[in-house]
Design a binder for this molecule. Structure first.
Ligand code: DGL
Length: 258
């Protein structure tokens, strides 16, 4: 099936998920929506996050998408249930990778960096309760990180100062896993590797989401079987140049008001 996969995020962060999907499914056509105008979602109310997720979903469906990847932890944890109940296409969501961290920690302490919207959601609490028995889960809201990334200041002194403050309580608790619970955060990995002690492993859910996307396409016989170069289009209601930069100028980026 040649119809595109739709992907949306509150901004440019979900491109970290797009890259995993594109690497695993190179023949799939995709349409990406960067809702940068309304970023960050992380401090918005549940209802606002639901409304924005519906707006993005309807735009992707109007462009004939066969499956939608909610490439945003905040939107997934607050809105995916409602999206699944209201629309007739498969939805793939993303949640912080608590399970592998909790299963593998040796120090019995793990850190989770995510948005306020994710950390306060019911879905996040359910998953944490399920896997965190006997483990110290140090939760930290990454206040201010997404706006800096959206502003092209990923590798900056301001970012370093924020991360230093956010990592402090985690390192004090002797974490050996840091879970990146926001799709913008994989872009912080080069900086985090400079700042974290060697024994702390960083994990995110990008590859798991790509694998799940492939499984669901297969199960629903939705895979694109034509082995032709794919068409990957990116729409942003924010700055085109920032999205182009994060995609290393490899894909077509268009400005769209939505
Ligand atoms: N990239 C998003 C996430 O995974 C949302 C960040 C935000 O807009 O606050 O949570």
């Amino acid at each position: 099936m040649t119809q595109p996969i739709g992907i949306f995020d509150s901004g440019i962060g979900g491109t970290s998920i797009f890259k995993e999907i594109h690497a695993l499914l190179p023949y799939e056509n995709t349409i990406y929506l960067a809702d940068s105008k309304y970023a960050p979602y992380g401090n918005k109310s549940k209802q606002e996050i639901i409304d924005l997720s519906i707006k993005n979903t309807e735009l992707l469906l109007s462009k004939n998408c066969k499956l939608i990847v909610v490439a945003c932890n905040t939107a997934t944890t607050n809105a995916i249930k409602i999206l699944r109940n209201n629309y007739n296409v498969p939805f793939i969501g993303i949640e912080p990778a608590i399970k592998p961290a909790a299963l593998n920690t040796q120090t019995k302490a793990i850190g989770i960096l995510a948005t306020k919207g994710t950390l306060s959601s019911e879905l996040f609490h359910q998953t944490t309760d399920l896997y965190s028995n006997g483990i110290n889960v140090v939760e930290q809201v990454g206040e201010g990180i997404v706006p800096l990334i959206e502003d092209g200041k990923t590798y900056s002194e301001e970012m370093k100062a924020l991360l230093e403050a956010y990592l402090k309580p985690m390192l004090k608790a002797n974490i050996d896993y840091l879970v990146l619970g926001c799709t913008h955060y994989p872009y912080l990995i080069p900086l985090l590797l400079e700042m974290l002690p060697k024994h702390v492993k960083i994990i995110d859910s990008g590859l798991a989401v790509a694998r799940q996307t492939k499984n669901i396409l297969e199960q629903n016989t939705l895979l694109n079987l034509r082995k032709k170069a794919s068409k990957n289009i990116f729409y942003t209601n924010g700055r085109v140049s920032i999205l182009k930069d994060i995609l290393e100028n490899q894909f077509e980026v268009k400005s769209l008001d939505f």
